[in-house]
Design a protein around this ligand. Sequence first.
Ligand code: NAD
Ligand code: ZN
Length: 333
Amino acid sequence: MIRMELGKNSYNIELERGNLNRVSELLNLDRKVMIITDEGVPIQYAEKIAKQSKEAYIKVVPQGEGSKSLQTAEEILTDMLKYQFSRKDCVVAVGGGVVGDLGGFVASLYMRGVDFYNIPTTLLAQVDSSIGGKTAVNLAGIKNIIGAFYQPKAVLIDPDTLDTLPERQLVNGLFEAIKMGATNDKELFDLFLNDEWKDNLDLIIEKALLVKKYVVEQDEKESHLRKILNFGHTIGHGFESAAHGRYLHGECVALGMLYMSSEEVQEQLCEIYENLGFELPEFYSFNLEEVKEAILHDKKASNSNCSVVYVSEIGKGSIEEWPMEAVLERLEF
Ligand code: NAD
Ligand code: ZN
């Protein structure tokens, strides 16, 4: 168990294989429970939780980013009202970052906030999105633009759920762990420098969580240090947006990290990508103007400077302010 220390918002992160079979011992499910999952998540996970709850309702939303919408949130809130949920009842998200972000968002709103439990079942959600309290939905095509910082009451991770996750999704999540290793933890990074990473999944999850815990505890609302978790994301988002769904988020971050690293770090990243059997998105398959436009669009709200994370040495990422032109110039490398 890892304890996230955030004063009155502190919570436990339960990490152990088989946790799904003892949810009722670890979480308070002796009440009404709104379980949110999506069509791609094996339904037995939600059912296991329902069986251990006093009065459970399972809401299955469509797979994918489209479910992070005000409309889906409204549907769930309407159901909670219909089933007469009170302030003392709770919401449980079972799935990847999509249902986690949506579930946390809904929980933050119902009666000004009910308890939220996150049970992440993708690697990306287990190492990154399920902890830290960022909840959000998308609006008018802009990702995560509506949301709140709302910490879960507990996070329950059962690495056994990764058995059903397609390999591409697994590797997609690993890039977030590699990101945390590159910026904050050389030991974590080094776990990827051989082809035994699959045997080390539990350790990878734990170490990535410890990095995220360290960062979030010091900067819950992302005023500075938490920006370190954006390594690879500024340029990565540009590629992601220009990829129009051809590549996953983590895959674009993998590419993005290369642009913000020293040559020595780039070499190690490439070695890792090879160990993962991962082929980088083909740079030439992107419309560069579109990538640049997306980066500019992302940063429009701030100013002509841009906070970026640069890694010159593994484990030592730094947050720097660069003029926007300097960021775009990196793309010419
Ligand atoms: P996702 O939630 O869409 O899950 C990926 C796919 O895996 C889905 O199709 C899902 O149905 C399927 N799936 C989930 N668990 C499975 C399992 N155990 N077995 C088989 N299939 C399974 O995507 P994701 O990569 O987990 O999360 C991406 C989302 O997370 C984005 O919306 C992103 O904005 C958000 N995010 C949030 C934060 C945060 O701090 N809140 C951080 C990073 C990303
Ligand atoms: Zn990310």
